[in-house]
Write a protein that binds this ligand. Structure first.
Ligand code: KIV
Length: 277
């Protein structure tokens, strides 16, 4: 798969599917499911690194996880690998166009990803996207709920009123004009997402944005029910976490009685005396 193949799918009226992966194992699983695109999303900061937001994850960490995901895809889908896309993390593309192009370039040079994704459509971001695209780096945009702006926007639904809907329309068009090959749109009204899908040439891939988009993306750990907090717009398909705890707990119990309580200091065997100096 190449970025242009997503546009061909849209033109052919075929739905586009994208799932996140964070290592070789998860990438092999989603490739086995037959997705069109695999996103090494910066949601891995929360899902697998245990951070409270996506902000702390570094470019080095994203490169590390993307290389691992790439190895999983190569092993699982050698003939028809899905499109591998890597999120640019917070502050890797906001501190100047040169630094941003260099960060995106590292993704393409040091991992098997063929495209990057970044959030927002501020004038500086549009400049950066233009520079990346003219350097040969395919860019996917991301509007609506943009988790890297959590301290300004929170995690609530975006574009609820006519003014912010008009702003979102303008920003989506600006991303297309800047050269993005596709757009993720997160947690916005379904009618707006569907209207954008119809009006833009590039594919619009939704999450929490209704069924009228050209494609859908989900955080794989959410779909599998592995995360402790599910976003309201991404319900799990199974209770993976509870199931894993149950079957692993059964295995632990099958090994025999639980370990005896740790000895108290009084019963602990005397340790060799510390040497006197
Ligand atoms: O980081 C991520 O997983 C994402 C998806 C929610 C689209 O950006």
């Amino acid at each position: 798969m190449r970025p242009a193949d997503l546009t061909r799918r849209k033109q052919g009226g075929l739905a586009i599917t994208m799932l996140t992966a964070w290592d070789a194992l998860s990438a092999a699983v989603v490739a086995g499911a037959g997705v069109d695109a695999v996103l090494v999303g910066d949601s891995l900061a929360m899902v697998v690194l245990g951070h409270a937001t996506t902000l702390p994850v570094t470019l080095e960490e994203m490169l590390h996880h993307c290389r691992a995901a790439g190895r999983g895809l190569a092993a699982a889908a050698a003939h028809h690998p899905p499109l591998l896309i890597c999120d640019l993390p917070f502050l890797s593309y906001q501190c100047g166009a040169d630094e941003a192009v260099a960060a995106a370039g590292r993704v393409l040079k040091e991992t098997p990803a063929v495209a990057v994704k970044l959030e927002g459509a501020e004038p500086e971001t549009l400049t950066v996207i233009d520079r990346m695209v003219r350097s040969g780096i395919p860019v996917m945009g991301h509007l609506g709920l943009t988790p890297q702006s959590v301290h300004q926007l929170g995690y609530r639904r975006q574009a609820g009123d006519p003014v912010s809907q008009e702003r979102l329309r303008r920003r989506a068009l600006a991303l297309q004009e800047a050269g993005c090959f596709a757009l993720v749109i997160e947690h916005v009204p379904a009618e707006l997402a569907s209207e954008l899908s119809a009006s833009l040439v590039i594919p619009v891939i939704g999450i929490g944005a209704g069924d009228g988009c050209d494609g859908q993306v989900r955080v794989t750990a959410d779909l599998l029910g592995l995360t402790s907090r599910q976003p309201p717009f991404s319900p799990p398909l199974m209770e993976g976490r509870a199931l894993a705890v149950e079957v692993l707990g059964r295995w632990v119990r099958e090994q025999g009685p639980a370990a005896a309580p740790a000895p108290t200091p009084a019963t602990r065997p005397a340790s060799p005396a510390a040497p006197h100096c």
